[in-house]
Unconditional design. Sequence first.
Length: 134
Amino acid sequence: MVTTFLGCMDSLRAGEVFVFGATNLIESIDPAMLRPGRFDKHLEFFPPSLEARKQIVQIHTKKWKRSRPTDAGLAKIAERTHGFTGADLELLANQAVVAALDRTVFSVDTIDDSLVDVEYMEVRTLPLKLLLAG
């Protein structure tokens, strides 16, 4: 497949077609694809810094009314998530909400619509710790 793709790229005249490629596993790309002349520009986006991770978690937890992480909690989460991308941190926050929802809904005999209001649900530190450990 790579050979066919490269053959097609080689048969194009400059400016005819623009080819964009994206990956988060650059080391798995065939070296022939990265040879000079194949792609004119290579852009790299690195995972967010410690401070950026803290801000990203803050953004994704801002609607948590009862249990928004404190500054110390945000700092601890940011420290323990080295290498996480913004999408990874969003997923982490969403998984914490799901864990809190499971704990809330399955800890009562009847399900009431008011229990599923994410803005007022209490998301404890425990689910975040469990998610980060796993």
